[in-house]
Structures are given as structure tokens and as C-alpha cells.
Write a protein that binds this ligand. Structure first.
Ligand code: PGA
Length: 250
């Protein structure tokens, strides 16, 4: 039985005071969260602050990205070993905003995934189609390409130590959620593609859904057999909403 994971992606939001209020709000409600693992992914400069705020709790820390490089002359980059050293457990890689706004290709995403794992982080690999790709019927082709780029680089066994997040780009931050049936169909596709290479890895793999998950649609999504939690953007910035999603797994 796979456990539900709810991870908050704070994106480019936060401040020392705001983070403190948000984390204390989340921690205050954690005793009601019975069936979900929980993580938050703040912007880089706040990782040590949030790590300290989370200390002693079950909530894990994650980054929103990591460099594909380990060290060297890469101005502005943050390396996976640094994130590990500072206390991260997870690292989001290949988020659609990184892909679309910063030109990150499947190959770069795969290298970032590999770098995260090499440093001992658990990568949360984001995949998902654009609206036009859904409309022209190439959703599975796109998701397969994004997935294969990683599996081909790291090998199927390495996928056991990762999380996948299916995030249809047209549902991110738009208030438009994929229906539970639409999401389930893609999650099933992802799992079966992994299963074609290793059934055991596929069975254990947490596949999260992301894209306008809110407290009022989370339970229906998480009830689907291949949806193992959520990657939450907007609703992760409000403690009550985030907790409402975490308790949807109860
Ligand atoms: P959203 O973002 O929940 O605001 O749609 C999800 C994501 O980008 O991970």
C-alpha cells in the first residue's frame, strides 16, 4: 500500500515572518493528519529557517530545483549536495515553470534528477502536457518522452527512490483541475510504463497529481487508485488550505 504524500511548492513566495506564520499554522494542525506524509519546498534562502521551524516534526523539507552540476563556475546555481547538507529530503526537478520559463529540456531535467539522487535527495520529477498537447491528443506521448529521458539516464531501479508528479500544465495555477478520471488515466499510464520495465518499482512508486489541488477536490483525486498524493502550489501558501488537503487523505 503506497502512502499519500502532500508536498507544498511555495514557488517564489515567502518572507521570514510569513514563513514562520505558515509553518506554525501547518504544525498546529499536523496531529489531524493521519495518512499523509507532508513536505514543504520553500525558496532557497529560507531553507535553513524552515528546516529549523520544522525540527522535531514529521514534515520534511524539499527544494524547488537543483543544479545538474555538483560544483564549479556556475554563477547563481545551487548544487544538490548543498541542499542535502542544509537538510533537504526532496528536490523538485523539471517543474513546468522551469521547463517553459527557463528553457530546461528533458535532458537537463534528467541530469538534475541524477544529481539529486547522487546527493541523497529524493527527486520529485514533474511531467505533464501543455493544453495544445492535450487537445491534439499527444498527452501520453509527451509524458512518455519526459519520463523516458530520466529512466534512460538513471536506469529503472533508480526510479524506486523517487517520486513522480503528473502536472498538466493547463491546470497549474489556473483553477482548472484535471478531473479525477483524467488524472487517473495519465497516472495509470505512467505506472504501466514503469511496470513494463519493473513491476515492483512501479507498484511502490508514489505518483502525485499537481494542478489547482484544493481542499475541496483533494479527496476525490486521492481516492483514485494510481494517485498517491499531490504537489500543491497556491493552496500550500495557506496553512488551513494546505492542512485541508493533507487531511483529505485521512
Ligand atoms: P497550483 O500549482 O497548485 O498553484 O496549480 C501546482 C504546481 O505548480 O506544482
Amino acid at each position: 500500500m503506497r502512502k499519500i504524500l502532500v508536498a507544498g511548492n511555495w514557488k517564489l513566495n515567502g518572507s521570514l515572518a510569513g514563513n514562520e506564520a505558515l509553518v506554525s499554522g501547518i504544525l498546529a494542525g499536523m496531529s489531524n493528519v493521519q495518512n499523509a506524509d507532508v513536505a514543504v519546498c520553500p525558496p532557497y534562502p529560507y531553507l535553513p529557517q524552515v528546516r529549523d521551524l520544522l525540527s522535531g516534526s514529521a514534515v520534511k523539507l524539499g527544494s524547488q530545483d537543483n543544479s545538474e552540476h555538483e560544483q564549479g563556475a556556475y554563477t547563481g546555481e545551487v548544487a544538490a549536495p548543498m541542499l542535502k547538507e542544509i537538510g533537504c529530503h526532496y528536490a523538485i526537478v523539471g517543474h513546468s515553470e522551469r521547463r517553459s520559463l527557463y528553457g530546461e529540456t528533458d535532458a537537463i531535467t534528467a541530469s538534475k534528477f541524477e544529481a539529486a539522487q547522487k546527493a541523497g535527495l529524493v527527486p520529485i520529477l514533474c511531467v505533464g502536457e501543455l493544453l495544445e498537447e492535450r487537445e491534439n491528443g499527444t498527452t501520453e506521448e509527451v509524458v512518455a518522452r519526459q519520463l523516458d529521458a530520466v529512466v534512460d539516464l538513471v536506469g529503472i531501479a533508480a526510479m524506486a527512490n523517487s517520486v513522480i508528479a503528473y502536472e498538466p500544465v493547463w491546470a497549474i495555477g489556473t483553477g482548472k483541475t484535471a478531473s479525477p478520471e483524467q488524472a487517473q488515466a495519465v497516472h495509470e499510464f505512467i505506472r504501466s510504463r514503469i511496470a513494463a520495465q519493473d513491476a515492483g518499482v512501479a507498484e511502490g512508486l508514489q505518483i502525485l497529481y499537481g494542478g489547482s489541488v484544493k481542499p475541496d477536490n483533494a479527496a476525490e483525486l486521492f481516492a483514485k487508485p494510481d494517485i498517491d498524493g499531490g504537489l500543491i502550489g497556491g493552496a500550500s501558501l495557506n496553512a488551513e488550505d494546505f492542512l485541508g488537503i493533507c487531511t483529505a487523505a485521512n
